[in-house]
Ligand binder design. Structure first.
Ligand SMILES: *[C@@H]1O[C@H](CO)[C@@H](O)[C@H](O)[C@H]1NC(C)=O
Ligand SMILES: *[C@@H]1O[C@H](CO)[C@@H](O)[C@H](O)[C@H]1NC(C)=O
Ligand SMILES: *[C@@H]1O[C@H](CO)[C@@H](O)[C@H](O)[C@H]1NC(C)=O
Ligand SMILES: *[C@@H]1O[C@H](CO)[C@@H](O)[C@H](O)[C@H]1NC(C)=O
Ligand SMILES: *[C@@H]1O[C@H](CO)[C@@H](O)[C@H](O)[C@H]1NC(C)=O
Length: 800
């Protein structure tokens, strides 16, 4: 009886401990092992990625971000240069179908796809366990590590994986709660193109080395190695497996290096040996502490508090919370905070400066198990790669952009070839996808997506934004300017005069199509090809503005600077259609898909600023009309589209509509492990990043040279705080609010520039206790505390 009571007590106590253990804003955690890719938990050091399952027989998926399906392919279509003017003439004459028929076969790349991102393989851990009880597994979005524990035969077994950026390795610790109870077979595997895979014990080093390649001529080749350190027990090697018996703790150190960054096998294997030797000599505990210190130094800069969930809603395992959230979103506001934090964890895990040729987060970040992944898991640059970095500057992770510049620099070189061969112009051009080689040629085969010569412009706009947030003039001079210059020079040559404006085309509005009007050849059918698209015009408006701004800051007066001014004056402004909406194409065609997920014509609302209320109230109103029309027709039907919707409503100061989309995002697009999806798998990482970017815009905006606090505070979030955000001008901003209004904000000036302030739509505010009357000249390092001037409000009220 007493024993039974104790058991009951123990079971109750354990479950209480379990649910209280994890802060629901910080941890994703579960009480069952992962069943698939979309429930496994992701860690990464910006170059190596790992996904841990915690199944009885573990299979940790491994990725290294330079392992792609093959070498650079020159896919440029040699016919392109010969047909551009014919296609333009057909479009100008209103023969849309004819233009598409001439353009596609002569301009599409051959083959139509660039290389794809490929898996590295798996780290297999066979413990011989047939069951797991009392399992818990977790991902810590603050520390960046993941692990699990469970009971088997009365022993508590734990696994933990850390991703260490300073040393450049992954490391795993396996432990048993009772001495000598840990048996495990360790191996590396990959389903394709393995050339050797051998376990060995040499000079006290227990190692498994796997070599593989991409299986084509001139392949990407790599070497992966796991080194195993066991405490207690014995270890033996056989074939490709290391077997540990009777140990208590086993540590595994892992690295892989490829031919992408090194010119010879011996060079990348020397780097592999260097990293693993450094890792093993530090040992797991030191590597773990260093990984956590490094990670929290970045992640810890921003802290979001939207208040607590009702009752114990946020104490449940994450899969149960996601399921409950579908019916009662208002009872678990901490799930929003967790997803916000996940967006920053995933960027830090998948995008770090790892030296020369860093690679940015791709369509799946850095995690991919598939040799033929959805959309190649490459860099789609008609929204997706850009969205991956929308939150980098605003949420104080500016360093995470370095791989973006590395790839853009490579793509510029490739894009110069595309500019000259396809369009007979200087400068550089990219289309709607690139791969790890910066492949600039058009991708796929269809008029709504293939021939879009604007990918390089959209990527280039991130350069100037980076300067606006960081004020780094060295970056502006050395990294940004050559790319901005190359981007602009292409359009000085490529654009043509139409309707009195410098015009781009043949082009398209990603990835929409319209109904061909009567007399424009195949009337009634869907087409995508056109000239003078709103998005293209908005991108060129941004590009030339960016060039002019860079010229002013750097004190340049080259012909590129004056050309940019001349061209900017002749870029067609956004046009407004029959019901007050921003027009998407050159004219108001019939729509094939009124709820189109891409919000391409709203680039100027977000991430651009041309159509925002502070810049142009009339364009903002028209942007709102188009956004509402899209939403009423079913847009926002993928996670990344929904994330864009959040940001757009925030830019229109419509916090409640933005919040409705925040909730829909979590109800509809969030997978078990918090990866974003398109309403069910496959996952796409862009939506995770876009979600965090969009939520940030609710609390802070700075695109119009105004630090605007609480511009779109949703009524469902009356009280909260967010600290450590960054505004353009290099201002670090902490904001506290309650009762739907600002309590205070502290703004730290990094650069000593001019601070122009706005708080929600408050009429009067104070800075450091004095009434704010206009822009403040800050001093670098100075802090400025902003409060609402209740006194003035009350006084003016009294006199009414
Ligand atoms: C449209 O262009 C195509 C391709 O050049 C041509 O075959 C067709 O005759 C043209 N149609 C009209 C109505 O001009
Ligand atoms: C097993 O150990 C881990 C790590 O110490 C602990 O968090 C977990 O609660 C333990 N599990 C059980 C069932 O005691
Ligand atoms: C400024 O940019 C340069 C070049 O990109 C970089 O090396 C440097 O670290 C940056 N400075 C800071 C303070 O981030
Ligand atoms: C701002 O308000 C928060 C919440 O009330 C408070 O904790 C903090 O000390 C205040 N900061 C300043 C500078 O007044
Ligand atoms: C701020 O600095 C500018 C330029 O140095 C100067 O013209 C202006 O008067 C200053 N404003 C204030 C309020 O000190």
């Amino acid at each position: 009886m007493a024993v039974l009571q104790n058991l009951f007590f123990l079971a109750w106590a354990l479950s209480a401990v379990v649910s209280g253990q994890y802060d629901g804003s910080r941890y994703a955690w579960y009480s069952s092992p992962a069943s698939d890719f979309n429930s496994a938990l992701p860690v990464g050091n910006g170059r190596l990625g790992g996904l841990i399952y915690c199944t009885p027989t573990e299979k940790i998926s491994l990725n290294e971000n330079s392992i792609w399906s093959g070498p650079f392919l020159n896919r440029l279509n040699p016919n392109a240069g010969g047909v551009i003017s014919e296609v333009r003439s057909l479009l100008e004459a209103g023969n849309i179908t004819g233009a598409g028929r001439v353009a596609l076969p002569n301009m599409a790349g051959n083959p139509t796809s660039p290389q794809q991102y490929n898996p590295l393989g798996e780290l297999n851990l066979n413990f011989g366990h047939s069951s797991q009880t009392t399992l818990q597994r977790w991902l810590d979005t603050y520390q960046g590590n993941s692990g699990c524990s469970y009971l088997y035969n009365g022993v508590n077994y734990t696994r933990e994986i850390i991703a260490n950026h300073p040393t450049g390795v992954l490391a795993v610790r396996l432990q048993a709660s009772q001495a000598g109870q840990l048996n495990v077979q360790v191996s590396l595997s990959r389903s394709q193109y393995v050339t050797s895979n051998t376990a060995s014990i040499t000079g006290g080093v227990n190692s498994i080395v796997m070599r593989a390649n991409s299986g084509n001529s001139n392949p990407i080749s790599f070497t992966a190695e796991a080194q195993v350190v066991a405490s207690g027990g014995s270890i033996s090697a056989s074939g490709s497996t290391l077997t540990v018996e009777g140990a208590t703790t086993v540590d595994i150190f892992f690295d892989a290096e490829s031919s992408y960054r090194y010119s010879s096998n011996s060079a990348w294997e020397a780097e592999l040996a260097r990293k693993l030797s450094s890792a093993t000599s530090k040992g797991f505990p030191a590597l773990r502490s260093a990984a956590i210190a490094d990670n929290t130094a970045l992640i810890g800069r921003v802290s979001l508090d939207l208040g607590r969930a009702s009752g114990s809603a946020a104490s449940l395992p994450t899969d149960q919370r996601l399921s409950n959230y579908k019916n009662s979103p208002n009872s678990d506001i901490q799930l929003v905070t967790l997803q916000y934090n996940m967006g920053r964890h995933l960027l830090v895990a998948s995008s770090r400066d790892t030296g020369a040729l860093s690679l940015p987060a791709n369509l799946q970040g850095i995690w991919n198990e598939d040799f033929n992944p959805p959309w190649g898991s490459k860099y789609t640059i008609n929204i997706n790669l850009e969205m991956n970095y929308w939150h980098a500057e605003t949420t104080n992770l500016a360093e995470a952009t370095k791989p973006f510049w590395d790839l853009l620099t490579i793509a510029q070189g490739r894009g110069e070839l595309a500019a000259s061969e396809m369009y007979r112009c200087d400068g550089f051009v990219l289309h709607h996808n690139i791969d790890c080689w910066g492949d600039p040629a058009p991708v796929d085969y269809g008029t709504p997506y293939t021939i879009w010569p604007m990918g390089g412009v959209w990527l280039s706009t991130h350069l100037m934004e980076h300067y606006r947030f960081t004020g780094n003039k060295t970056f502006l001079q050395e990294t940004a300017w050559p790319i901005l210059q190359g981007a602009a020079e292409f359009y000085f040559c490529y654009t043509f005069m139409w309707d009195g404006y410098y015009t781009a085309g043949p082009s398209l509005s990603p990835e929409n199509s319209f109904i061909v009007p009567s007399n424009e050849f195949q009337s009634g059918s869907g087409e995508g090809i056109d000239i003078s698209l709103t998005m293209d015009n908005s991108l060129l408006y941004q590009l030339f503005n960016d060039v002019i701004e860079a010229c002013q800051i750097l004190g340049l007066s080259s012909s590129d600077c004056s050309n940019a001014e001349n061209y900017l004056a002749k870029i067609k402004p956004p046009q407004i259609g029959s019901y007050g909406q921003i027009l998407e194409w050159r004219q108001e065609y019939g729509e094939t898909e009124p709820g189109m997920r891409h919000l391409s014509p709203l680039f100027g609302l977000y991430p651009g600023s041309q159509m925002t209320p502070a810049v142009s109230p009339s364009l903002a109103a028209a942007a709102g009309v188009l956004l509402n029309h899209r939403m009423q027709s079913g847009s926002g039907d993928t996670g990344w589209s929904r994330a864009w919707v959040i940001a757009c409503y925030a830019r229109l100061f419509n916090g409640d509509s933005a919040w409705a989309s925040v909730q829909t995002f979590l109800q509809t697009f969030t997978l078990t492990n918090m990866f974003n999806s398109n309403n069910g798998p496959p996952m796409q990482i862009d939506g995770n990043f876009g979600f965090t970017a969009g939520v940030t815009e609710l609390f802070l905006q700075s695109h119009a040279n105004i630090v605007h606090l609480l511009p779109a505070l949703p009524s469902s979030v009356p009280t909260g705080s967010i600290t450590g955000l960054v505004a353009r001008g290099g201002f670090v901003v902490d904001i506290y609010w309650s009762g739907g209004a600002l309590t205070n904000a502290t703004i730290t000036s990094n650069l000593g520039g001019t601070l122009t302030l706005k708080v929600a739509n408050a009429a009067t505010l104070s800075v450091n206790g004095e009434t704010y009357t206009g822009p403040i000249n800050t001093t670098a390092g100075g802090t400025y505390t902003v409060t609402l001037d209740y006194h003035m409000d009350r006084d003016s009220h009294d006199y009414e």
